[in-house]
Unconditional design. Structure first.
Length: 345
């Protein structure tokens, strides 16, 4: 633990560095403290904070700047949060309520909002669910030989596609379609919807098999898409404004673009991580994230679905402003996910 005076000095150093990116001198520090203290005493206190690993020098002759360890101490013990205004809260709820009934679109909107609000990179990752199945399917005539196929899974995923048909989507066609859905597809795991299952419907369809084929192959494609995990990243270019990342920003962008490592990390976090987590510097799980601050939230919804939402920025982010807003956005997403979404009658 550090004393009250040392904590005050450390807090000012970190606040100043977050705002300016420059080390602060002992004379400036003396003028910012709420009580009088000599520059020599401040230098001694800074030397002690350096021994503890809270301050470091970028150059031998340069001033001291916060270490990664100091940011953790700052967040846990010194942070004075900038609370959201009523307008900010209302704006967040309005932005996220648009697609509140569709989990993936809600998470997409949340990632975009996080990137805009924090000026960091933001992402969401839905975790693959081997047991998700079809809850409902609807076929909507769209004219000119087209129809829209809409599928809802038990896990709340909504997928749609437009099919081109060589026959009219009349009452007879729709009657056969809904019978097939009821007998062969509703309740079937997404991973079991394949060409083999489609072929098993041929005896029932008879002469209408070729008419129905475009719809069934489209359904097969939707199930394959819905059965996979989804990773979406937004705001990557925001990281260019995080000067302290230096040339490491390009390695970080390559890491985000490849997505495979990030998916693996998020899947591991979904299994073993806490509901929310703030990882600073070396606390991060992967080498490419060791110079970043990552805020994560894990959501469980619709019985068996899991998703992770998060931001990635430098360790010099404005914690006082960013963390309360990230927390509020993630809390709002959680509330919408728990309310559930669309159902097909």
């Amino acid at each position: 633990m550090i004393g009250e005076r040392q904590a005050a000095i450390l807090s000012i150093i970190i606040d100043s560095y977050i705002k300016t990116g420059e080390p602060i001198g002992s004379k400036t520090l003396a003028s910012l403290l709420p009580y009088r203290i000599s520059s020599a005493t401040i230098r001694n206190e800074m030397a002690y904070l350096s021994e503890l690993g809270f301050l470091e020098q970028m150059h031998t002759s340069g001033g001291r700047i916060p270490s990664k360890a100091s940011y953790r101490y700052y967040v846990n013990n010194l942070l004075v949060s900038k609370e959201l205004t009523d307008y900010e809260k209302a704006y967040i709820i309005e932005r996220l309520s648009v697609n509140a009934g569709d989990p993936e679109r809600l998470l997409h909107d949340a990632a975009t909002l996080l990137a805009d609000t924090t000026h960091c990179a933001a992402f969401f990752n839905t975790i693959k669910d081997e047991f998700d199945s079809i809850q409902g399917v609807d076929l909507i005539p769209a004219g000119n030989g087209k129809a829209m196929l809409v599928m809802l899974t038990v896990g709340g995923k909504i997928k749609s596609s437009v099919c081109r048909l060589d026959c009219p989507v009349d009452s007879d066609f729709k009657s056969i379609f809904y019978y097939l859905m009821s007998e062969y597809f509703i309740g079937t795991p997404l991973t079991d919807v394949n060409i083999g299952l489609i072929q098993s419907t041929v005896p029932v369809l008879g002469a209408r098999a070729f008419d129905m084929l475009p719809v069934l192959t489209s359904l097969c494609s939707l199930c394959r898409e819905a059965s996979e995990s989804t990773l979406y990243v937004d705001g990557e270019t925001n990281l260019f404004s995080h000067e302290e990342l230096g040339n490491g920003v390009y390695r970080l962008l390559s890491f985000l673009a490849a997505k495979d490592h990030l998916k693996q990390i998020m899947e591991e976090y979904a299994k073993h991580g806490k509901e929310t987590e703030l990882l600073i510097g070396n606390e991060n799980y992967h080498y490419e994230l060791k110079n970043t601050t990552t805020a994560l939230a894990k959501f469980n919804y619709n019985n068996s679905q899991t998703a992770v939402l998060g931001i990635i920025g430098s360790t010099r982010i404005d914690y006082a402003s960013i963390l309360p807003r990230v927390e509020y956005i993630m809390k709002t997403v959680k509330e919408f996910l728990q309310k559930g979404g669309v159902t097909f009658e």
